[in-house]
Design a protein around this ligand. Structure first.
Ligand SMILES: [Zn+2]
Ligand SMILES: [Zn+2]
Length: 132
């Protein structure tokens, strides 16, 4: 089990170390939502993540019954968001306390990356999704 948290520690979660994909997204929305050059995330079945602390502090962004993101309502940290048909979530790797076995394998949406940011590693780079 990997532990995760928000900035202010109001919310804590546990997630299995069984991510099925991990990517660094450079799209403009991921950059805006994090205030960072890119957003590293891992994808995993929704049932493998459990909020262990501060469930009442969670803030749902979007449609709770469809696509949405979960942030801490106290500090605003982005924690995870729904993917595919909602049976998967994407976890913001920056919110993990522990080290996941699966490291990001590629950069995606490099076509819209921040012009001031230079990618200095050797991971594959895709203009959009690797499969598009
Ligand atoms: Zn918080
Ligand atoms: Zn993105």
């Amino acid at each position: 089990m990997l532990r995760g948290r928000c900035e202010c520690n109001a919310v804590g979660y546990e997630v299995s170390d069984e991510f099925v994909a991990a990517l660094n997204c450079h799209c403009s929305n991921c950059r805006a939502s994090t205030g960072s050059a890119f957003l590293p995330f891992g994808e995993i079945a929704r049932v493998k993540l459990r909020v262990t602390k501060g469930e009442g502090s969670l803030m749902v962004i979007g449609d709770a019954d469809a696509h949405h993101a979960m942030r801490c309502g106290e500090c605003g940290s982005l924690l995870y968001w729904t993917a595919r048909d909602g049976t998967y979530v994407r976890v913001a790797y920056g919110s993990l306390i522990d080290e996941p076995a699966l490291k990001p394998t590629a950069h995606i949406f490099v076509g819209s990356k921040a012009p001031w940011h230079e990618i200095l590693d050797d991971l594959p780079q895709h203009d959009e999704y690797p499969w598009s």
